[in-house]
Design a protein around this ligand. Structure first.
Ligand code: ADP
Ligand code: XUL
Length: 541
C-alpha cells in the first residue's frame, strides 16, 4: 500500500491531502489545513497578505509559507498516517507569486541542520523579504513596457498565452529589477511559489512546470520553454536566474535528509509542483476538453482543458499548460470570496444567514445588480476599484447578498465565452462551493449541471494524484490520466441541476449585466431604463 501526499499553498492556507493506493482501491486518507493568519500570527498577514498603504500592492512573507510547511510536516509526524509508506510528494501553489533567493541560497538548501526549525535556517537566503502575490496590481508601467517591446499585447498573447497582466511574474520581476537593481543583482534564483516550496522539500533549486511557468508572460507556450524576447524585455541576465521548465510529472529528486531526519519521513520522490488552478483541473477529474471548472476560492476562476491553445488576444483570458501536457483556458476574478465576505460582514451575517438571504430572494433579484469591485479587478481590468450598484439604493441586506453572488456568476459566465466551449457541465470547487445556494445560482446562471468534488481541497488532491502519476512514470509504467482521475470524478449524488425558469431570467439579465459593466467602465450609457423595463415585465414575488 502506497501513500501519496499533495500540498496546496494557497493565498490563505496550507493544506495537505494524502491518498492511499492499494490494488484497485484508492482512498483519500487524510486532509489537514493550516490557516496562515491563525496559525502564524507573528507574520501579521490578513487573509495571507501583508497590509499595504498602496491598494495596488499585495505581498506576503515567503518565510511564512516555509514555516507553514514545517508546521504541517510536524503535524503529519504526530500521527494520522503511516509516513513510512509515502512514495511521492507533490504540490500546488497560488500562481504568479515570486520568491527572490539570494546568491548562495541553493547550496544552503542542501545539508540543512535537522535539529533546527526551517525558518531559522533560511535566514539570509532571500534577496527580497517579501513575495508579490497574484493580488498585486502595481505593475501597469511594466506591462506596457513588456508588451510594447514585443510588438503589442496580441503578439505577447500569441507567444506566451496571455497579454501582459499586472500580477504575472514577468512584469513583477521587471518592477523589482527597475526599483531595486542591487537586490536584483544579488538574486540567484527567482522562484514561483510552487518551485520555491518544491525546492525546500528537495533541498535544491527545483524546476517549474509549464502550468505555472505560463503564468509569467515569459514562457513560449508552444515549446514550454522560456521565451528569449520576453526575457529580454523584462530584465537583464534573467535566464540564469529562472528555474528550468520541466514537464509536470518530472521528479525533482528525493525528499531531503532534513525532512527525513527531522520527522522520520522516507526518501520519497519529490515531484515538480504546479499552480493551484492546473492542479485543481486534475483534482476535479477533468482531463478532456468539453467541461469546465468554476473555482470559488480566494479568487473566483473559470477554467477548462483545451486540446490546442486558443488564445484570448485582446481580452482577460489566459492559456496555461495543463498537467497532462495539453493546455487549459482560464479567466480569473480578484473579487471572489473576499467580496462575498465583505457583503456578509457589512450586514453582520454568518454564512448560514447569507444562505438564508439567497433562499428568500428571487432569481434575477428584481433586476438589481452589483459589480463587486471592492479591490482592483482582473476581469474586467479595473485598477481604481469601486463597487457599482444598480437599483439597490433602497434595497435591504438580502438583496445585496443576492446581488453580489449573481453579479459574480454572470461575470464568470460572460467572460468564459472566449474559450469556445459550450458549457453544459461544470465541476465546482473552492471554499464557497460548499454553499448549496451559491451553487444553485451557478447552475441557473450558466444553465448547466454542476457537480461538486467530495474532497474539500481539489488542488491538494490534484497534487497528490500528480505525485502518483509521476511515480508510475518514473517506474516506467505510466498510468493513463483517466485512471489517475477516477478517484476525483464526482458522483451523480453531488449533481445540482438548473431550474429552467431561473435560467430563462438570467438569459434576459445577462446582456444587461454586460451593459452595466460597460457603463461602469465609462464605455456605455446608464442601463437603468432597461433594468426598469425588465422590473416592470417580471412578476413581483
Ligand atoms: P484558497 O484556496 O484560495 O485559500 P479556499 O478555496 O479555501 O480558498 O476558500 C476559502 C474561502 O471560502 C473563504 O475565504 C470563505 O469566504 C469561503 N467559504 C467558506 N465557507 C463558505 C460558505 N459556507 N459559503 C460561502 N463561502 C464560504
Ligand atoms: C490565476 C490566479 C489565481 C491564483 C490564486 O491566474 O491568479 O487563481 O492562482 O491562488
Amino acid at each position: 500500500m502506497s501513500i501519496y501526499l499533495g500540498f496546496d499553498s494557497s493565498t490563505q492556507s496550507l493544506t495537505v491531502t494524502a491518498i492511499e493506493v492499494a490494488g484497485d482501491r484508492r482512498t483519500v486518507v487524510l486532509e489537514r489545513s493550516v490557516v496562515f493568519d491563525e496559525a502564524l500570527p507573528a507574520y501579521g498577514t490578513r487573509h495571507g497578505v501583508l497590509a499595504s498603504d498602496d491598494p495596488l500592492v499585495a505581498v506576503a512573507p515567503p518565510l511564512m509559507w516555509a514555516e507553514a510547511l514545517d508546521l504541517m510536516m510536524a503535524e503529519l509526524a504526530a500521527g494520522g498516517i503511516d509516513l513510512s509508506r509515502v512514495r511521492a510528494i507533490s504540490g500546488s501553489a497560488q500562481q504568479h507569486g515570486s520568491v527572490y533567493m539570494a546568491q548562495g541560497a541553493g547550496a544552503r538548501l542542501d545539508g540543512l541542520d535537522a535539529s533546527r526549525p526551517l525558518v531559522r535556517l533560511l535566514d539570509g537566503c532571500f534577496s527580497r523579504e517579501v513575495a508579490p502575490v497574484w493580488l498585486d496590481a502595481s505593475t501597469r508601467e511594466d506591462c506596457r513596457a513588456i508588451a510594447g517591446a514585443l510588438g503589442g499585447d496580441a503578439v505577447l498573447a500569441r507567444l506566451t498565452g496571455s497579454r501582459a497582466f499586472e500580477r504575472f511574474t514577468g512584469p513583477q520581476i521587471r518592477k523589482f529589477a527597475r526599483t531595486e537593481p542591487e537586490a536584483y543583482a544579488g538574486t540567484e534564483r527567482i522562484h514561483l511559489v510552487s518551485s520555491f516550496l518544491a525546492s525546500l522539500l528537495a533541498g535544491r533549486h527545483a524546476p517549474v512546470d509549464p502550468g505555472d511557468a505560463s503564468g509569467t508572460n515569459l514562457m513560449e507556450l508552444a515549446r514550454a520553454q522560456w521565451a528569449a524576447p520576453a526575457l529580454a524585455a523584462t530584465a537583464d541576465r534573467l535566464l540564469c536566474r529562472l528555474p528550468e521548465i520541466r514537464p509536470s510529472w518530472s521528479v525533482v529528486g528525493r525528499l531531503s535528509p532534513y525532512w527525513q531526519q527531522r520527522y522520520g519521513l522516507p526518501a520519497a520522490r519529490v515531484v515538480t509542483w504546479s499552480g493551484d488552478n492546473p492542479c485543481s483541473l486534475i483534482g476535479v477529474g477533468l482531463v478532456r476538453e468539453g467541461r469546465v471548472v468554476v473555482s470559488l476560492g480566494t479568487s473566483d476562476t473559470v477554467f477548462g482543458p483545451m486540446n490546442a491553445p486558443r488564445v484570448d488576444e485582446g481580452g482577460t483570458g489566459h492559456v496555461f499548460g495543463a498537467p497532462t501536457g495539453a493546455f487549459m483556458g482560464l479567466t480569473c476574478f480578484t473579487n471572489g470570496s473576499l467580496a462575498r465576505e465583505r457583503v456578509r460582514d457589512t450586514f453582520g451575517m454568518h454564512w448560514r444567514e447569507f444562505s438564508d438571504a439567497l433562499r428568500r430572494t428571487p432569481a434575477g433579484n428584481h433586476a438589481r445588480l452589483m459589480l463587486p469591485w471592492f479591490v482592483p479587478e482582473i476581469t474586467p481590468a479595473v485598477l481604481d476599484p469601486h463597487v457599482h450598484r444598480y437599483g439597490l439604493s433602497e434595497a435591504g441586506a438580502a438583496a445585496h447578498v443576492r446581488a453580489v453572488v449573481e453579479g459574480q456568476m454572470m461575470a464568470l459566465a460572460r467572460h468564459s465565452g472566449w474559450m469556445g466551449v459550450t458549457i453544459d457541465t461544470i465541476h465546482a470547487t473552492g471554499g464557497a462551493a460548499a454553499n448549496n445556494e451559491i451553487v444553485q445560482i451557478m447552475a441557473d446562471v450558466f444553465n448547466a449541471r454542476v457537480y461538486r468534488p467530495e474532497v474539500r481541497n481539489s488542488a491538494a488532491l490534484g497534487a497528490a494524484l500528480r505525485a502518483w502519476h509521476a511515480d508510475t512514470v518514473a517506474d516506467g509504467a505510466p498510468l493513463s490520466w483517466d485512471e489517475v482521475v477516477a478517484l476525483a470524478t464526482p458522483g451523480e449524488r453531488t449533481r445540482v441541476d438548473p431550474v429552467p425558469a431561473h435560467a430563462a431570467r438570467y438569459a434576459e439579465l445577462m446582456p444587461l449585466h454586460a451593459a452595466c459593466e460597460a457603463h461602469a467602465l465609462g464605455r456605455g450609457p446608464n442601463p437603468e431604463p432597461l433594468l426598469e423595463e425588465l422590473r416592470q415585465r417580471w412578476p413581483g414575488e
